[in-house]
Design a protein around this ligand. Structure first.
Ligand SMILES: O=c1ccn([C@@H]2O[C@H](COP(=O)(O)O)[C@@H](O)[C@H]2O)c(=O)[nH]1
Length: 231
């Protein structure tokens, strides 16, 4: 277990490419995130291999289904030994409560942190409105995060732009995990609600999820160390 606040998103097409980077990293330097691309390609065995290499692993599969299915999926994820996993808050209170209860049954005191995605950091307010959501993006994030806290989850995925507001509304212990992190000179890619690493921590993010600014850099280790130095 490292106290690093950086979670490197291992968004690779296969286990070999991901492992090539992992072998150059150090579990004391950062945590790792496995998302839909790598999990679909490499499966649970690769997640377990990262855990065996002493990494804290965030399994970012964003479960969203009927409560029973999500509860069982969370149990299966917990059995891989991951440090954190997530569901979509828009699955609603019964789904999130079932997820939490599923984890309680699976792992007792060693249960992973369970968090919920509010509004994806790629999404802006106009896109949110096309889904029929009429309130502002910030109000929607707050409503989903409040529901997540009511369900007894440990925190949320949000943009660091919403971190200060959520910290004030839901308390300093409610975990804020923020993707959409971009160093000052980085490209936006498909993210819209971006924040620099230093600013994200100042705003109250507990963990920064960083993918392409590290993985697509000419030298990912140099990119990671530069970010660490700047924060
Ligand atoms: O709202 C969200 C939720 C998850 N993500 C994930 O984080 C990383 C970000 O990667 P970058 O390359 O730094 O953009 C990626 O794995 C997403 O699936 C997110 O971006 N936003």
């Amino acid at each position: 277990m490292t106290d690093s606040k950086i979670i490197v998103a291992l968004d690779y097409a296969d286990a070999a490419s991901a492992q090539a980077l992992v072998a150059r990293l150090d579990p004391t330097l950062c945590k790792l995130k496995v998302g839909k691309e790598l999990f679909t390609a490499a499966g649970p065995a690769f997640v377990e291999s990262l855990v065996k290499q002493q990494y804290d692993v965030f399994l970012d599969l964003k479960f969203h289904d009927i409560p029973n299915t999500v509860a069982k999926a969370c149990q299966a994820a917990a059995n891989l030994g991951v440090w954190m996993l997530n569901v979509h808050a828009s699955g609603g209170l019964p789904m999130m409560q079932a997820a939490r209860e599923g984890l309680d049954k699976a792992h007792g005191t060693h249960a992973p942190l369970l968090i919920a995605v509010t509004v994806l950091t790629s999404m802006d307010e106009a896109t949110l409105h096309t889904l029929g959501v009429q309130r502002s993006l910030v109000d929607h994030v707050l409503a989903l995060a409040t529901l997540t806290q009511q369900a007894g989850l440990h925190g949320v995925v949000c943009s660091a732009r919403e971190a200060a507001m959520l910290k004030q509304a839901l308390g300093a212990n409610f975990c804020l995990v923020t993707p959409g992190i971009r160093p000052p000179d980085a490209t936006l890619d498909d993210q819209t609600r971006i924040v620099t690493p230093k600013e994200a921590l100042a705003l109250g993010s507990h963990y920064l999820v960083i993918g392409r600014p590290i993985t697509q850099a000419t030298d990912p280790i140099v990119a990671l160390n530069t970010i660490i130095k700047n924060i």
